[in-house]
Design a protein around this ligand. Structure first.
Ligand code: FAD
Length: 291
């Protein structure tokens, strides 16, 4: 099933993001976690892709487990930076063999410390190039393509306006829905979807929610992604930063409140960056009144 059909038929569409274990770790733990996530009845689950080649085969394998064993729709992340067109074609063919129809088309990032790609590895510069390429694949008809959006702007982009225009260009290549980078201030999400709609981005824009459990985690996330930390979250860190259990409870409560407010404001779905924590995800959904 194409995930866009879910957005066309129900609201909210609930999704969980998981990541594959390291290449030398067994898959048993993630498979056990998937069983627990399945009990929370998500509409789909997405599996991240290690840009630069780490754990790539496992992304398709885990997506296949979600779809073909658990019977839940899956969204397979795919980054293009550092891949050749032939490599991407091989992944798309493998996806099609596994009956995987939904792709989150991403650029990805250069490995830390590298400024440019080696010769022969520069077939793709942006996610929009990947989307164009997917459309040319012999099995392109089976794929539905989603992409990433940055409500506070992508860290590399010099202006929010330009980032939005780049998003519109990407959307015009053929994007069925967008998932946002994490954010903590819902007002920015609602402002962003208005602006995006204003320039003709007419697909569902799903908020990505990252629950925070540790004060230093918030700082790292914010520094890496450029997302702002609202005053109430700063106060929460000050109050509970040195009490891990209290901080975790407060983080669950914050995510649940954020979710309730987003749904009241009309968000088409919720994409939870679960960090492969089914128990905390369950608590958040219960507190938000969703499950
Ligand atoms: C929901 C979500 C899931 C993610 N999953 C993964 C994952 O599984 N694996 C992983 O490695 N990373 C993942 N990422 C991170 C992502 O790979 C990085 O944020 C990366 O830096 C940008 O990828 P993109 O697809 O958004 O890039 P793009 O859309 O290509 O944008 C990248 C930058 O280029 C600019 N740009 C775009 N088009 C043009 C153009 N034509 N000319 C000039 N500038 C342009 C944009 O404004 C932006 O600054 C995810 C991010 C999100 C939000």
């Amino acid at each position: 099933m194409k995930i866009i059909d879910l957005f066309n038929s129900k609201k909210p569409v609930l999704s969980f993001e998981v990541f594959p274990p390291k290449a030398d770790s067994p898959l048993d733990d993630i498979f056990k976690a998937l069983d627990k996530f399945a009990k929370l009845r998500p509409d789909f689950m997405s599996v991240t892709y290690g840009a630069g080649g780490n754990g790539n085969k496992r992304t398709v394998e885990i997506s296949s487990r979600i779809k073909n064993t658990l019977g839940i729709e899956s969204l397979t992340h795919l980054t293009c930076i550092g891949h050749t067109k032939d490599e991407i074609d091989a992944i798309l063919s493998n996806m099609s063999k596994n009956n995987l129809e939904n792709i989150l088309a991403l650029r990805g990032d250069l490995p830390v410390g590298e400024k440019r790609l080696p010769d022969g590895k520069r077939d793709f510069s942006y996610a929009s190039d990947l989307i164009d390429h997917i459309k040319k694949h012999k099995k392109s008809g089976i794929f539905s393509t989603a992409a990433a959006a940055y409500i506070e702007g992508h860290v590399e982009c010099k202006s929010l306006k330009q980032d939005l225009l780049n998003l519109k260009y990407k959307y015009d290549r053929g994007v069925d829905f967008l998932i946002t980078q994490l954010f903590f201030d819902n007002r920015r999400y609602f402002e962003f979807i208005e602006k995006a709609a204003g320039i003709g981005v007419a697909c569902p824009i799903v908020p990505g929610i990252m629950p925070v459990f540790k004060a230093d985690q918030i700082k790292t996330i914010s520094a890496k992604s450029g997302c702002s930390i609202p005053a109430d979250l700063v106060l929460m860190m000050d109050k509970y930063g040195s009490e891990p259990e209290e901080m975790k409870k407060a983080g669950i409560d914050y995510a649940a409140r954020q979710i309730r407010d987003l749904l009241e404001g009309g968000a088409p779905g919720l994409h939870i960056y679960t960090m492969v924590r089914p128990v905390s995800t369950k608590l958040i959904l219960e507190q938000a009144g969703i499950r």
